[in-house]
Design a protein around this ligand. Sequence first.
Ligand SMILES: [Zn+2]
Ligand SMILES: [Zn+2]
Length: 275
Amino acid sequence: MKYYDCHVHTKNSHDSQQEAGELVNGLIAAGVSGVSVTDHLDTMPGSDESFADNIGGSFEFYRDELKPLAEENGLDAFFGVELGDGIRNPGFALDFPSRYPFDVILGSVHKIYLDGGNFTLYPQPYESFSAEKRRHIVATYYDDVLLTASTLDIDVLSHLTLINRYNGYPLTSDIFDSEFKDRINDILDTIIRRGIALEVNSKGFEGGRLMPDRYVIEEYFRKGGRLITLGSDAHRGVDIGRGFKETARMLREIGFKSIDYFKGREPVEYPIDAE
Ligand SMILES: [Zn+2]
Ligand SMILES: [Zn+2]
């Protein structure tokens, strides 16, 4: 079947060196038909918008280097952004989508407000925190994701349950028997109501964890959620499309008939074939 990787970073993200050639080779090697460039834009409070300076470079890279090379190879390329922590500066976050011809805007939470300060989710010495502090971090994370999903102009909610990857609490489907059940249900209800897609992020695939975990994806399906994207979150070509085949099989088991990518900020469905 065809696959689209809707979450990929390039040399225009602070944590990636990826050039167009590496990216296109990665697509070909993984058997992925199309990609959305989604470089980081981690929003900060205040009127100084220099945190967004890299996105101009990301767009030029997409337009002048990646798209021509992708097309030469019969592949699709789309322009997007990973809008991190947009709730830190909602005025900016709501205006920004009109500044470039985006195909897709991912909404992410990478840091939370904790006890009056910024708390970046990674890296942190979670093992040394008290159970109460860890519980508080998880609760605040889900509050911030809910605010992201309910107030921002985004197309895809990225790596829901990211906090589990780092914090290790709670690690199982007990999350639905825990105090976080209502928050996760609210987040899923909100994205369904607003037509925001749920990203299945395969960054942790080799470690056996998708984001969100399977039971959250099942809950989304039960509630009627059908918009879903695949994102490897690759920062290197070799990671593009990681685990997509297995993930598509899992989605089919759950009941999904199709997966989506975004073009001009509208979802485009493609079928999940039996393989
Ligand atoms: Zn992210
Ligand atoms: Zn990312």
